[in-house]
Design a protein around this ligand. Structure first.
Ligand SMILES: [Fe+2]
Ligand SMILES: [Fe+2]
Length: 139
């Protein structure tokens, strides 16, 4: 999966976060072809990163939506809470069951699709709430 211009939020920092998040999801799939111990280490690193990075990104994005009074702000907040709860469940499962391929195919794929749909359906609404840059009046 790749970031594409249809996912623009109008805030370069948030678009950068989205690219990072998508890259991590792709790295997670790529690391499945590694040997057992390498795969375990790499998958653990990615999940740790995503857990931290998603929370941080959500906070930044919620603040932006508040600032620009985006009509999607409340929906965005609810969706983020849902993602974190689902991701938390996956994280726990990963810690107890380890790298079960079914876990990757089911849970992780669902989360990946979720985040792509969320960016395109909710986050991009921020773009319509950002006022166009002002030009100097009277000059
Ligand atoms: Fe969001
Ligand atoms: Fe986002």
């Amino acid at each position: 999966m790749n970031w594409h211009p249809g996912m623009t939020t109008g805030v370069p920092e948030l678009d950068h976060h989205h690219r990072q998040i998508i890259d991590q999801f792709n790295d997670f799939y790529a690391c499945m072809s590694l040997g057992e111990s390498q795969r375990r280490a790499e998958a653990g690193r990615i999940l740790d990163f995503l857990q931290f990075y998603a929370q941080w990104h959500f906070q930044r994005e919620e603040a932006c939506m508040d600032k620009y009074q985006c009509p999607a702000a409340a929906e965005n907040r609810r969706a983020h809470a849902e993602f974190l709860s689902r991701f938390g469940a996956l994280y726990e499962e990963w810690q107890t069951r380890g790298m079960d391929p079914a876990l990757v195919n089911d849970t992780f794929t669902v989360l990946m699709e979720w985040i792509m749909n969320h960016i395109q359906g909710v986050d991009t609404r921020l773009n319509q709430s950002i006022p166009p840059p002002r030009t100097a009046a009277g000059s």
